[in-house]
Design a protein around this ligand. Structure first.
Ligand code: CTP
Length: 409
């Protein structure tokens, strides 16, 4: 991003339009120049003068299109580095997904060839309606980055999802979009990534856990989203800020993670099991707190379900499954290869947990990417960089698996 990046902000007619004023300020603080385009309905919530004053530029409003008017302003739109629509109403989503061009904003979307980020906002039932969800999915396939609405109390008094992503996270996302290289090799794919470490309760306050931070899984989720995938982060105790655009679900135990993964599996193109899942759980966790009066205490453990092994039994041949192997010492590389075969994986990512300078809780990693026919070492680097290399291999791997050609360029 340069200090002269230009954002075209489209404001549509939802109550969250008042937050768009804050958004203009946020973009400006980040060094961007903002041009605003509004639908007629949006002007009933906030006057164009507000945006004119804040942005220092004329605001374009258009409900009906006059060709000369449209062409001038659409061209101006195309001069922008990024097109952000916030809030995006259900109506605007539908127009964009359907290719309608009956107002200036919708026409600009059709004519715009750059990156588009949208932050929907609407009543919770409207958001969950099959028609809206279908439109959202179509837009994702068209390469639009969607910042999903959060949950909270909505203007209509109900509690649910539909609230526009907060302006700070929209600004952060736009800054990020302007910085990243635009790889789109996972566009249209649905990817689930597990991250963190499960905790198996012993009693109400104690657990058996591990030291996984979830940084690697979170970096993969972010990277896959950047490449256009629809991403679910299935996480166990990942103490990291939410990645905008990535849907997150909390699965504290191996059993909860198993249920979530198996439930999602039929819809997935790629599954990446980066989580450290407990191999054993406590047979009968105590509801209360175990006191220390007992002289001798033993806890009975039983094996958890191996999620990857179950996935191997249930998956379709066109689904790409990636495991992780955190092994102690370099001799673990052979064990990782054995795991690749035993768990019927398309890929396994090995790292040596005996090293202090990489892996658990570190920002760095060094890995080997193994497939049934290849072995590639990725030298020590930040987990974000490692994630990019892993995703490059996954994008190529799934295309090969499906017999699809490499994208042009
Ligand atoms: N895994 C899983 N379900 C479990 C445990 C692990 O799906 N109950 C996944 C992990 O997320 C990881 C891979 O399996 O992707 C390897 O985990 P690991 O614990 O190293 O594998 P195991 O097969 O349990 O190997 P080991 O014999 O070393 O314990």
């Amino acid at each position: 991003m340069t200090s002269s990046s230009t954002v075209l902000l489209g404001v549509t007619g939802g109550i969250a339009a008042y937050k768009s004023a804050e958004l203009v300020r946020g973009f400006q603080k980040a060094g961007m120049d903002v041009r605003v385009m509004m639908t007629k309905a949006a002007t009933r919530f906030v006057a164009p003068l507000t945006f004119e004053t804040l942005s220092g530029h004329a605001v374009h409003v258009g409900d009906r299109l006059r060709a000369d008017f449209a062409i001038t302003h659409i061209e101006e739109g195309n001069a922008a580095d990024i097109f952000v629509i916030a809030p995006a109403t259900a109506n605007t989503l539908a127009k964009m997904a359907g290719g309608l061009a009956d107002n200036l904003l919708a026409a600009t979307y059709l004519a715009y060839s750059g990156t588009v980020v949208i932050a929907p906002s609407m009543n919770t039932n409207m958001w969950h309606h099959a028609a809206t969800q279908r439109n959202v999915s179509t837009l994702r396939d068209q390469g639009v980055f969607i910042l999903e609405p959060g949950a909270g109390e909505l203007a209509c008094g109900v509690y649910g999802s539909g609230r526009m992503a907060d302006p700070d996270s929209i600004v952060a996302e736009v800054k990020h979009r302007l910085q990243v290289e635009r790889k789109t090799d996972l566009r249209g794919l649905r990817v689930a990534i597990t991250a963190g470490g499960t905790r198996e309760p012993i009693d109400a306050v104690r657990f058996i856990g591990n030291r996984s931070s979830g940084k690697m899984g979170a970096a993969l989720a972010r990277g896959a989203f950047d490449r256009g995938a629809r991403v679910e982060l299935i996480k166990a105790y990942v103490d990291l800020p939410a990645a905008p655009g990535v849907r997150e679900v909390e699965t504290p135990t191996a059993a909860a993670m198993y249920r979530e993964v198996i439930g999602l599996l039929p819809d997935l193109d790629v599954l990446i099991m980066a989580a450290a899942v407990a191999d054993y759980s406590v047979v009968m966790p105590t509801g209360g707190k175990i006191g220390k009066s007992l002289e001798d205490l033993s806890v009975s453990l039983c094996p958890t379900t191996d999620i990857l092994c179950e996935v191997a039994l249930k998956k379709r041949p066109d689904q790409f499954i990636v495991g992780f192997a955190a092994e102690y010492g370099m001799e673990g590389l052979a064990r990782a290869r054995e795991k690749l075969a035993r768990k019927h994986l398309d890929m396994i990512v090995f790292n040596d947990i005996s090293r202090q300078d990489i892996g658990f809780n570190s920002d760095y990693n060094e890995v080997f990417i193994l497939t049934p026919s290849s072995e590639v070492k990725v030298e020590r680097a930040q987990k974000e960089t490692i994630a990019e290399v892993v995703l490059d291999h996954i994008a190529r791997g799934i295309r090969t698996l499906r017999g699809e050609p490499a994208p042009a360029g």
